[in-house]
Ligand binder design. Structure first.
Ligand code: SAH
Length: 210
């Protein structure tokens, strides 16, 4: 149930759903998603679905991880990426397989501690973690050539926009439950350009630490 064959089937599914970036497909073919969830759920790890990881949160759906990563790196691989919402650490592992440095912020401490442990066991050394409200971003390590958020605010926090380097992209779900859309914001010299990508369903972006 957690074999390479099962994982290959998931990759075929992602391709059917329109994921084209070979760099993304290739890392998702390798990373063992089943290690990022409770053993009782591991047999479902290669289904294209989000699954509970405790504390009312979920590991993102593989299609969503692939799509957001594809949108983030379309015009070139960023040197550094800020991730908001470490969760299980699965999206962090996909980013860290592609870019030199990942900075990951999570507001629920036990989730981040678990993710940290799994990512270290799998062998990732290029991810830094911070237990904080991602609405603040992580200014000291920015500006970022890419920012990806896995929780949906009703409006994009200005800190995240300010911590984008010129030319960089922010991929983020925005909106109230039931009305969310995935957005890609590109910072230019003079403005922020917003592209609306598709309707999505994410957990809400909450404030403060837990
Ligand atoms: N990419 C993760 C997604 C986890 S779900 C994965 O695949 O496992 C989204 C995560 O965002 C949750 O863990 C939630 O606690 C976190 N989150 C929500 N609002 C946040 C905020 N303001 N700051 C940091 N993390 C936040």
């Amino acid at each position: 149930m957690t074999s390479q064959r099962t994982r290959n089937r998931l990759i075929l599914k992602l391709q059917e759903l329109g994921i084209k970036d070979e760099r993304v497909l290739s890392v998702m073919r390798k990373v063992p998603r089943h290690l990022f969830m409770a053993e009782a759920l591991a047999s479902r790890a290669y289904e294209n679905t989000s699954l509970p990881i405790g504390h009312g949160q979920t590991i993102s759906q593989p299609y969503m991880v692939a799509r957001m990563t594809e949108l983030l790196i379309e015009d070139g691989l960023p040197e550094n990426v800020l991730e908001v919402g470490t969760g299980s650490g699965y999206q962090s592992s996909i980013l860290a397989s592609l870019v030199p440095r990942v900075f990951s912020v999570e507001r629920i401490r036990p989730l981040q501690e678990k993710a940290k442990q799994v990512l270290a066991e799998v062998g990732f050394r290029n991810i830094s973690f911070k237990h904080s409200d991602g609405g603040w971003g992580w200014k000291a390590c920015g500006p970022y050539e890419g920012i990806l958020a896995a929780a949906a605010p009703e409006e994009i926090p200005t800190n995240l926009l300010e911590q984008l380097a010129v030319g960089a992209k922010l991929v983020i779900p925005v909106g109230k439950e039931g009305e969310q859309v995935l957005q890609r914001v590109t910072r230019t010299e003079v403005a922020y350009e917003v592209e609306v990508i598709e309707p999505v369903s994410f957990v809400p972006f909450l404030h403060g630490k837990a």
